[in-house]
Write a protein that binds this ligand. Structure first.
Ligand code: SF4
Length: 175
């Protein structure tokens, strides 16, 4: 019997309208919600909330310390790198088990951003080229999974290309 259940994708929860950002707000992306909601079953994931952090919460940032990228909460002088990596490894393994076939991630987030996350050195922004720790774990552990940045999916051509890759991934991973 062919499986007609909808293809599942993971989506940064704030893009779907969940009030889970550090400031207690969301970043609902109407275009994505309308387009993707019609074609996929969206699984909302907020790595920071799933890590057990409250909403609202002090903002986090990536910092380069002794050559390593760390996830820190400057206001509390807390380093959440190990906790986030441990959570991300567990969650990504579970997502693979659940049959997620693609992922859309919020840009610029120190947890979810793919390409353009500020990396701070001391108090100054040193570069805009870091990757959030959840995104890094997802893309390292599931290298063939179609993962995209929400902003790139505003482009219709890139969006259709990504959607085609998600369906191909679903076909190739079907039992
Ligand atoms: S960007 Fe990621 S970690 Fe931040 S609120 Fe959105 S889903 Fe949560």
């Amino acid at each position: 019997m062919p499986d007609h259940s909808p293809v599942r994708i993971g989506v940064s929860a704030c893009l779907l309208g969940r009030d889970c950002r550090y400031d207690g707000k969301h970043k609902r992306d109407s275009l994505l919600c309308d387009t993707l909601g019609q074609r996929f079953q969206c699984v909302p994931i907020c790595p920071e909330v799933e890590l057990g952090l409250p909403t609202p919460r002090p903002a986090m940032q990536l910092q380069r310390r002794a050559g390593e990228i760390r996830l820190v909460v400057p206001e509390q002088e807390k380093d959440l790198t190990e906790a986030m990596l441990a959570y991300a490894r567990r969650r990504v393994a579970a997502l693979a088990e659940e049959g997620v076939c693609g992922f859309v991630l919020k840009s610029k987030s120190p947890s979810c951003g793919i390409w353009d996350v500020p990396v701070y050195e001391d108090a100054a922004a040193a570069s805009q080229s870091g990757r959030g720790l959840f995104a890094e774990t997802l893309m390292t552990r599931l290298p063939n999974l179609p993962v995209e940045d929400q902003r790139r999916l505003q482009d219709a051509r890139l969006r259709e290309n990504w959607i085609a890759r998600v369906f191909a991934y679903a076909r190739n991973s079907a039992p």
